[in-house]
Design a protein around this ligand. Sequence first.
Ligand code: FMN
Ligand code: ADP
Length: 318
Amino acid sequence: MQVIEHISEILQPFHKAVVSIGNFDGVHKGHTALFQRVREKADAIGGTAIGITFDPHPLVVIRPDHRPPLITMKEQKIELITATGMLDVLLVLPFDKKFATIPAEDFIRKFLIQTIGMQGIIVGPDYAFGRNREGSIELLERLGAELDFDVTVPQWITSENRHERISSTKIREVVALGNVEAAVPMLGRYYQVRGRVESGRQRGGRLLGFPTANIGLQDELCPAAGVYAVTAETHQGTHLGVANIGYSPTFDDNIFTVEVHILDFSENIYGKQIRINFIQRLRGEKKFSGIEALSQQIHYDIEKAREIFNQKELKEKP
Ligand SMILES: Cc1cc2nc3c(=O)[nH]c(=O)nc-3n(C[C@H](O)[C@H](O)[C@H](O)COP(=O)(O)O)c2cc1C
Ligand SMILES: Nc1ncnc2c1ncn2[C@@H]1O[C@H](COP(=O)(O)OP(=O)(O)O)[C@@H](O)[C@H]1O
């Protein structure tokens, strides 16, 4: 799949472009289903399957106070869309205030038709884009009749066990509540955060006997404070781990951290990139009477996490 991040790289329209446009935050199963339809339609006409997304998320530019926490940052979004194997081209359009003022009709005529060569578009049932969300399905259908492109609006995709439609909003809700398991059928994978290992308060290893790799989050969605069974991906591969999110109330410094103790691991990974995949929530954060009580509880957390990994058979193949 070709990734294009600057419009100037598009030198001529694509051959029979079939497109889907969206933020695709999370690249969840609903998004994958749309890409599948794009692939099928492109194959049917011998055309090019194209995804169009924006960076940063438009709300970050238009209404920063209403910006949603992101399920996937740009890098992971591109990786996941690539991994679906369904698209030929992904356009990641730089979104800024000027872009936000383009009337939807101009965007369709000048960009989608003239620049891209669009012959078909597939969008979800509530999709609208462009200034003031003028780019409605009605507008697409009206211009489709005039300019001769097809508009396909597939049904909502629902998750198998929840019977409700899959959406980035729903995924944000369950993850924010710590119900990371509920996100799995919607995402088709575990919820993941990524970051560079920063130095913390030097308590984990020395004081507690459980060193933790601390990472800082920016715009990402953060699971509710608490303790989780996780897998941690380092440059060495995938390991089992226990993560703690919150303020470590046993100590009084009141600093928010996202940290992971990686099981059976003793390397210095300061400055390295790691990824944390959330398998299951174990408990909420608690204030303990002291270091010994907290340390004992972390032992129990690790036992519980190992049981979960064994049940899920994550041990051999996390
Ligand atoms: C699995 C796990 C569970 C934890 N649970 C708690 C908790 O319930 N309450 C708490 O105050 N701190 C908890 N901690 C956080 C420790 O207090 C924290 O790791 C320690 O302060 C080290 O911080 P540092 O990495 O910045 O040195 C937990 C840590 C881990 C790894
Ligand atoms: N099993 C492990 N899990 C996580 N980090 C580990 C582990 N073993 C060693 N480390 C290293 O130790 C560091 C954490 O030690 P810690 O005492 O908690 O200090 P800090 O306060 O800087 O987090 C990690 O950033 C990592 O480089």
